[in-house]
Design a protein around this ligand. Structure first.
Ligand code: ADP
Length: 200
């Protein structure tokens, strides 16, 4: 039996969702799809998409739902995402939840689990300050961080209520060592029957 693993990881900036998302995707042998990474790669390469989103992401604003949705649909249509995927940074508002539902329903698919990573505000702010120094992200200014956190609270956190009603949210304590947090997520997914596929 091959179970599907169609996952979303949600958490505030500094919650570690990018790091944990990549680990979980590797363990489950599914692609991790980070919209933020796609935008950053395009900006670094100077592609037309990069030029289009550069100022928006630098200011900490959201790229349009249409453009972001198109990028996600294109990526999820590739062969390696047929059995599953882990979305990081998408959906980010209720409109994007609807867009993703429409796309998945059209393929006779649905999300299997939504991982919510919870961290107290002080902890995420401290981690972001470190990341700003370590990675030099242009949107990790004090102003940019504050704006993204406030958009997270007003637009992204509400998507969890929708998914909670579907009974697919696993809330994970995001404070601990990297391995501890990965283990918590793996345990929650295992309880849903989502496990690493047998090697082929
Ligand atoms: P963070 O979670 O720290 O804000 P991300 O890497 O997820 O970082 O996103 C970086 C930026 O990319 C966002 O501030 C936004 O401008 C853009 N972005 C990423 N995902 C989306 C999305 N789903 N919808 C709109 N904009 C997005």
């Amino acid at each position: 039996m091959t179970s599907s693993a169609r996952l979303v990881i949600v958490g505030p900036q500094g919650s570690g969702k990018g790091t944990q998302g990549a680990r979980i995707a590797e363990l489950l042998r599914i692609p991790a799809v980070s919209t933020g990474d796609v935008f950053r790669a395009n900006i670094a390469e100077g592609t037309p998409l990069g030029e289009q989103v550069k100022a928006i992401t630098a200011a900490g604003d959201l790229v349009s739902d249409e453009l972001t949705g198109q990028i996600v649909r294109d990526r999820l249509s590739q062969d390696d995402a047929a059995r599953g995927f882990l979305l990081d940074g998408y959906p980010r508002n209720l409109h994007q939840v609807g867009d993703l539902d429409t796309f998945l329903n059209g393929r006779g698919e649905q999300l299997d689990a939504v991982i919510e990573l919870s961290v107290p505000r002080d902890e995420s702010m401290a981690r972001l300050a470190l990341r700003a120094t370590a990675q030099g992200r242009t949107d990790d200014t004090e102003e940019g961080i504050a704006k993204r956190l406030s958009i997270y609270e007003s637009e992204t956190a509400p998507i969890l209520d929708v998914y909670r009603e579907r009974g697919i949210v696993d809330s994970i304590d995001g404070v601990g060592t990297l391995d501890e947090i990965t283990e918590r997520i793996v345990a929650a997914l295992t309880a849903r029957g989502i496990t690493r596929p047998a090697a082929v």
